[in-house]
Design a protein around this ligand. Structure first.
Ligand SMILES: Cc1cc2nc3c(=O)[nH]c(=O)nc-3n(C[C@H](O)[C@H](O)[C@H](O)COP(=O)(O)O)c2cc1C
Length: 252
């Protein structure tokens, strides 16, 4: 009997503790939420290198990401060698310049190429969406850096044999790494444009030993931010459909 009463008391204490924790949540963000909400893409870094152990901890955060079928369909490559980062950057800028030259039908004497360019753009709706297209122009004109001068870059390659959607798994692993880095006071930026160094020629794939089953997924710049770019910002809301008690409500 005493044992039962003790168990009931323990249950009650646990329930009270949970109620208290829930109550606190009404007025306070958790530490994890703070990192998520305050993280901003960082495009200005100090030259000072990030300690090796911190990068290894960031990789651990990536390694522990969930993945479909626990396939872990990723390969991370850490670049801390300026010669390689600069070489890859040059490759991307050269490719982007060529691409921009090819696609810009507004140049004098190029109006004939407009229908061809429009048809090509339709075959690559994600890569040539107006937003990356603006960035292509800026990169080709040297107005947008690639890895933004970060001293550490993590390239993420996906194992194409992964279950379901290896690219999504790589994204989850990458975001784990981003958040871990920001929780340590570091800055990061996703850099999808790194793709240009791996999709159009084999030079850098060979140099870094990338072969089947791995292909480009994405990349992250990592370093000590200049200034304090992290912080909460306004962001447009997207309507969420909410089904409960037999009815649908929409909140923003
Ligand atoms: C998959 C992916 C690829 C991205 N590629 C680039 C890139 O190549 N260059 C860049 O400067 N920012 C890149 N970004 C950063 C976005 O521009 C940025 O996340 C967005 O503007 C929202 O800003 P925030 O990260 O500060 O919230 C990329 C983001 C993601 C998620």
């Amino acid at each position: 009997m005493a044992k039962k009463a003790k168990a009931v008391a323990v249950q009650k204490t646990k329930k009270d503790a949970r109620a208290e924790a829930v109550d606190r949540l009404r007025s306070e963000w958790t530490e994890t939420e703070k990192v998520i909400l305050r993280r901003r893409s960082v495009r200005l870094y100090k030259k000072e290198q990030v300690p090796e152990f911190m990068v290894k901890r960031i990789l651990e955060a990536g390694r522990f990401a969930p993945s479909a079928g626990n396939c872990q369909p990723w390969k991370f490559i850490v670049l801390r060698d300026p010669e390689i980062i600069d070489g890859l950057t040059k490759e991307v800028v050269d490719t982007v310049r060529k691409m921009h030259g090819m696609l810009d039908y507004r140049q004098p004497g190029r109006s004939w190429s407009r229908p061809l360019v429009k048809a090509f753009v339709r075959t690559r709706p994600n890569d040539l969406h107006p937003v990356p297209f603006m960035a292509i122009k800026m990169i080709s004109e040297g107005r947008l850096g690639l890895w933004h001068g970060a001293p550490t870059v993590i390239l993420i390659f996906k194992d194409v044999r992964g279950v379901s959607s290896p690219e999504l798994d790589c994204g989850i692993a990458g975001q784990n790494m981003c958040l871990a880095a920001h929780s340590m006071g570091l800055g990061t930026c996703w850099v999808g444009f790194g793709k240009m160094a791996f999709e159009y020629t084999d030079k850098w794939k060979k140099r870094l030993g990338i072969e089947y089953p791995y292909t480009w997924a994405n990349s992250l710049s990592i370093g000590w931010p200049k200034g304090e770019p992290d912080g909460m910002i306004e962001r447009p809301t997207h309507p969420v459909d909410w089904y409960e008690d037999g009815k649908k409500t929409v909140f923003e």
